[in-house]
Design a protein around this ligand. Sequence first.
Ligand code: NAD
Ligand code: IPM
Ligand code: MG
Length: 370
Amino acid sequence: MKKKIAMLPGDGIGVEVAEAAAIVLKAIEQQFGHAFEMEIGLIGGSAIDDSGNPLPEETLKLCRESDAIFLGAVGGPKWDSNPVGLRPETGLLGLRKTLNLFANIRPVKTYSSLAACSPLKHEVLQNVDMVIVRELTGGLYFGKPSERGGRPGEEDVVDTLYYKRSDMQRLIKAAFDLASVRGGHVTSVDKANVLESSRMWREVAEETADIFKDIPLNHMLVDHAAMRIISSPSSFDVLVTENMFGDILSDEAAMVTGSLGMLPSASFSEQGLHMYEPVHGSAPDIAGENLANPIGAILSAAMMLRHSFSMEEEAAAIENAVEQVLKSGVRTRDLAGGGETYLTTSEMTKEIVNALGDDFAIHQIMEAYA
Ligand SMILES: NC(=O)c1ccc[n+]([C@@H]2O[C@H](COP(=O)([O-])OP(=O)(O)OC[C@H]3O[C@@H](n4cnc5c(N)ncnc54)[C@H](O)[C@@H]3O)[C@@H](O)[C@H]2O)c1
Ligand SMILES: CC(C)[C@H](C(=O)O)[C@@H](O)C(=O)O
Ligand SMILES: [Mg+2]
């Protein structure tokens, strides 16, 4: 059956890695006999330039009519001093909120072939297999008031960390559900020694653990967690946390794998329409140079196949292709450790497509995209 995908490339390297993901999806389509209808929508800076709106109604409509959403990344210096309503990030946050994409799943997997790319020691990288479950539609990102005030000479400013108990309950339950499937444990990360919101978070985590009696729960303060991700990343299984802590910890955890460009993510709603995006941003420092690592985006496409379309075999085929290519020793620049030999974004994508199989159709696709 045909699956419709809303493709939202966004800005900077978002465009380059979304194209890479689309090429891989085309290859899967041919290889497994599926029909993916990918329709492009504008979001972020590109949408601001087009219509003055970072999240046009048309894009929302496209998303709602689709079976899944794929997003590249948004943002860039061109729009950094815009007022809040005209910021690219406002488009992304609006999309997450409007579609109720509350559970952001960020798997952190190390590859033995990339051990030398990580800033951490080889021994520390053994058996790392953690998933960050980040709350995505609440907390400091959305609480009101969020504004400046005061008087001339003494301006003041407020951002609000607001959660309803039910927001915490559904997210923490999602983390326990995931830990059940993995046969693992949950680390709930908070700042309960200071923040009231974290004390409620801890209570909800305890109440949820009472329901999932077989899943061990431990609590960790966020500063301690930041340290522990570096000193013993393999001690984590499912790490669940609020929006901003999760944002920060996931970039940190990405570096355990060797590069921020490696990490995929899925954002789940209760309504069944989910979004997939790499964890990284639009990387203005390398945008337009064909230097971005497309693997986080390509693995996000694999997550889409698995979670939105129940295409386990197809998802695993992509993941195996990525593993095989990395094992062969080829690297994009971020993973090349300052070495001079590295592949461009499109060359890496081609390697991954080739590793999927040497089917004639796949070569045809690559030629079409060349
Ligand atoms: N989901 C998103 O759309 C998203 C996520 C993060 C940041 N952003 C936006 O991106 C812009 C830039 O933010 P930033 O520079 O702090 O973060 P960033 O993630 O864009 O880049 C951080 C560093 O990592 C490198 N990097 C990131 N992804 C890479 C990849 N795939 N391959 C190789 N190197 C990669 C970049 O070159 C840069 O040096 C900002 O406007 C920010 O708001 C968007
Ligand atoms: C661009 C920004 C709003 C976004 C976030 O903070 O959620 C990004 O950093 C991410 O991790 O997806
Ligand atoms: Mg982030």
